[in-house]
Design a protein around this ligand. Structure first.
Ligand code: B16
Ligand code: MG
Length: 229
């Protein structure tokens, strides 16, 4: 039986539904190149850094850009994204999250945010969520994108908890792969019918879920498995 000491949360799609705003901003950019960007396309963008997303988009639309143009396009997408999230309200925090993390902290668990987003601080501030995390690691603190484990390893390090005692919550395949590379346990956030490969358990969200119940449901192997990607 494993002893979890730290709980590490992805931001977009786990704590708050900002994934839809990333989608709208990429869709708007793709439309300028007459490309119809779909929700399915957007799945490949989840948990992936802004520049890596732009590189994927460039392949999708069949165009290559010079470095200067890439920066200009990524900035444009980001300006739209910021414009969208400025109007976000506390009701966009995913249901049950605040109750869930509050219970963890009451029981003495450590909590961290580990996001690929460079806008994480802005989102936390807008929604007054910063106080729930002992550590925050965002896209400004790392130079390798998920599925690289860097963001999760840094979060564990800042919390002072061994990686084998960390449980990661992720909604993206790249994020589950990153956590597995870090040898951490994982909860995939999403539909059971559409499971994230390698997740130790899938949950639709935090509503009605208690940390105690979740740990009871998790069938911990002695050591977290490393994902073969
Ligand atoms: P930004 P997460 C990720 O956040 C998003 O899932 C991904 O779609 C986005 O491209 C990435 O952040 C970078 O975001 O452009 O704001 O720096 O899911 O790791 O919290
Ligand atoms: Mg995410």
């Amino acid at each position: 039986m494993c002893n979890i000491e730290a709980y590490i949360f992805d931001l977009d799609g786990v704590v708050v539904d900002t994934a839809k705003y990333h989608y709208l901003a990429w869709k708007r950019l793709a439309a300028e190149f007459e490309y119809h960007f779909t929700q399915e396309d957007n799945e490949q963008f989840k948990g992936v850094s802004r520049m890596d997303c732009l590189n994927i988009l460039s392949k999708m639309i069949g165009r290559s850009f010079e470095e200067r143009e890439k920066i200009e396009l990524a900035d444009r997408k980001n300006d739209w994204y910021i414009e969208y999230i400025k109007n976000m309200g506390k009701d966009e925090v995913l249901p049950g999250f605040v109750e869930f993390i509050t219970e963890i902290r009451k029981a003495g668990g450590k909590t961290a945010l580990a996001s690929a987003s460079k806008n994480a601080a802005l989102v936390l501030e807008r929604l007054e969520l910063g106080r729930y995390f002992h550590a925050v690691v965002d896209g400004n603190a790392v130079n390798k994108s998920k599925p690289d484990p860097q963001v999760f390893l840094l979060a564990a390090d800042r919390l002072g908890v061994a990686k084998e005692k960390c449980l990661v919550f992720e909604d993206a395949q790249a994020g589950i792969d990153a956590a597995k590379h870090a040898r951490m346990y994982t909860v995939g956030i999403g539909r059971q019918e559409n499971p994230l490969r390698g997740a130790d358990i899938m949950k639709p969200g935090f509503e009605g879920l208690s940390p105690e119940q979740l740990l009871g449901e998790l069938d911990f192997p002695d050591t977290p498995e490393v994902c073969n990607v």
